[in-house]
Design a protein around this ligand. Sequence first.
Ligand SMILES: *Cc1c(COP(=O)(O)O)cnc(C)c1O
Length: 481
Amino acid sequence: MDTRHDADTPRTPGPSRLARGSLGADRGRLPELMETTRAYAVRILAGLDDRPAARAPVRPAPASLPEAGIGLEGAMEEFARRWEPGFAAGAGPRYLGFVTGGVTPAALAGDWLTGALDQNPTSGVDSLAPDLERETAAWLRDLFGLPPEHEGTFVSGATMSNFAGLAVAREWLGELRGVSPAEEGTAALGPVTVLSGSPHSSVVKSLSMLGLGRSAIRRVGLSPGREAVDVALLAEELDRLDGAPAIVVANSGTVNTVDFDDLRAIAALRERHPFWLHVDAAFGAFAALSPAHAHLVAGLGDADSVCVDLHKWLNVPYDSAIQFNRRRDLQARVFQNSAAYLGPVGDDPDFVHLTPENSRRLRALPAWFTLAAYGREGHAEIVRRCVALAAGLGERIAALPGYRLLAPVRLNVVCFTLASSPTPGRIEELAAAITASGEAFLTPTVYEGVPALRAAFSNWRTTEADVERVAKLLASVAPRA
Ligand SMILES: *Cc1c(COP(=O)(O)O)cnc(C)c1O
């Protein structure tokens, strides 16, 4: 009988390779193996500044499923040999692509302990874990200045947060029309209009997942030279609906130029028109932490549902976001998971009745740790510094021959392009040269039809010295005119 995978079967020591590959042997050496893992992680963290910001992937030779394992130490050696060299410094200070936050020391500790404790915060029958999630959600509500009616649940990212918020919006439309899409299906709802100025692609994806359809979205005109919605045009669109209830998705921080819809003005339209106001504030919500920028999200608390990503500017590891909304009853109607062993939904539903997943990790713990460790002030400092660094890079780029800014730096993203003939091909070459340097990682975009690059600042590690290095790099890779 092969007992190599049988943890608790006593056996005489065999050849060393078998001993190494046994779960029982790993269990016996657990403290030592965790020390080895810790040391490995520390080496990775210590090298983050020097690790290439991004890598052009070179795939290792394929390996097939091991029949006999090689134990944790062996697995670590294999990972270090075959895979780790191809991993980017995504948590490093000059990974400025997308909007990718880093990981604070406390968030990392919280994430490790999440795995060590392996709680399922689905329901409170066996542990306090769901209460920790509730406390963390309340802290985040406070951090973003939302009123107590907004209750939060953790999901895996802003896409799922948009999805969950829009699912509640869909149920609200049903309530007004006297049907329950959750019970009767989306068809019972009839056509739905979703109005938005510059919606994130994940909003469109959510509409597909919700059965409302990607084509439910109607793009409203923007203010001249802006990515913010023209509120007068939005009012006209609502007028045209002739009293039919709708969903408005407002954007607090567009990904290209970090523009903000006027939330107060949009919310005021609800006096004349029935609509659910969902705000995608994936990273823009953090403007609330900077006194000089808080006005950009004034009125966020007036929203019916709010999406905030946490693996971006809160600097917790992937994957983490929060979904806030004012209608927990409707949320439970959508996500309830009734089963004899789970108990009734009730007035204060367990998380199993509130999120797309049933079982899920205690995603709140890394967020709890970083908020407990650094508080509002520590996280406000990260935001203020990132904003200052983005402004600094913006000034340097504006002064560099060969480049021009495509939009003012409103918060934490610099959107820029080549001063002359920024064709898709030339921007692609530029992005590739930046990636190949290992010095920084920037992602391409198209803004107002112009191919461009974005540098997004949201990592607690990034400093003025990094901005200096990125500016030098840009000067060196600028194509000769
Ligand atoms: C990043 C982002 C999303 C999607 O977030 P994921 O975490 O990738 O799911 C949605 N909206 C905005 C504005 C974003 O910046």
